[in-house]
Design a protein around this ligand. Sequence first.
Ligand code: UDP
Length: 378
Amino acid sequence: MKKILTLFGTRPEIIKLAPVIWAMERHPSQWQSITVSSSQHTDLLRPFIKELSISVDHDLAVMTPGQTPSAVLARVIEAIEPLLIQERPDMVLVQGDTTTAIAGALAAFYARIPVGHVEAGLRTGNRNSPFPEEMNRRLITQLADFHFAATADNVKILLNDGVQQQNIILTGNPVVDALQHILACSSASSALSQLLDSIPLSQRIIVLTTHRRENFGQVMTSHLRALRRFVEKHEDVELIFPVHPNPSVRAVVGAEFIDAKRIHCIDPLEYADFLHLLSRSWLIVSDSGGVQEEAPSLGKPLLVLRDTTERPEVLECGVGKLVGHSGDQLEKMLEAAILDKSWFDVVRHTINPFGQGDAGERIVSAVAQFLESKETKV
Ligand code: UDP
């Protein structure tokens, strides 16, 4: 039996690691799964752990008010080290590009425990954008022994970075598994149903999420103003905006959307509700990474509030369009969307570049293979 320690600390990490943990739990004679939460985020993470039926074996409880990436990194490394020594797992799995992920990878490397990186090989090519995630990704690639890539492009990036082919496997992105599972076994909460029922079915709903550090301040203000102008101009458009708790977001939203008609600012939604909301949307506008994978999984068009993306597949398949940082550009693209039915037709028929919903199982069988090949070499 192999012991695998899975580390997560934020909402996107648990969404994408849950299918991997479920896959191990389906084969209890082969795997001992140890789940560790850094609690880098607490309020945003906790409901997701519950919703995705994950039981946390160890909570590192690192979050403090006003924390900086350096402080989180230091606390996670310090807190996880004794656990690694006590548990001696056969592999540590981390996901994506968060401070928790880089801290876990580094601590495991120091403890000489193999590191597996889920969602490996994403790059924007700009080391400062997104900040600090792009640098975290690059460093995790250096630290990891095994790389689970979501797309063929991600595999190429890893090969260009000097990773050996036998240590990379193409698995698809487990967000697709999580999304399919949650949509199949949930319905919208009464609060969300009430909101959606209050909006006539003929209305076009835009779902907005924005909370990236690069967009704070002027950029976010100009995006929100453009959205407000667009909604005011088109009476058949409503905007629903689950507002991130970050005070830098809340301050701008409070100033820009006050008394705005047909704009509904709500608290962040749990995953099932968020997916049900996206499913009912006409168009998504977002700067999130995960949403770029969810839009093609749900067949919804997406305007990406960034000037660059580490997920070019969403643009190449025709689902997403890059807006950049200008509010005027966003307004132009919204106006074009309302006229351009062909974009919506393309989106409906796109094949999802992020996989078919079997990434969790693929990752777990690749972990088994990697560990076996390591033993053979020893
Ligand atoms: N999400 C959610 N509720 C919300 C907003 C987002 O469940 O109110 C989910 C969304 O579906 C996506 C994830 O949170 O899978 C994205 O998280 P975030 O944007 O914080 O991180 P990123 O994906 O950019 O790393």
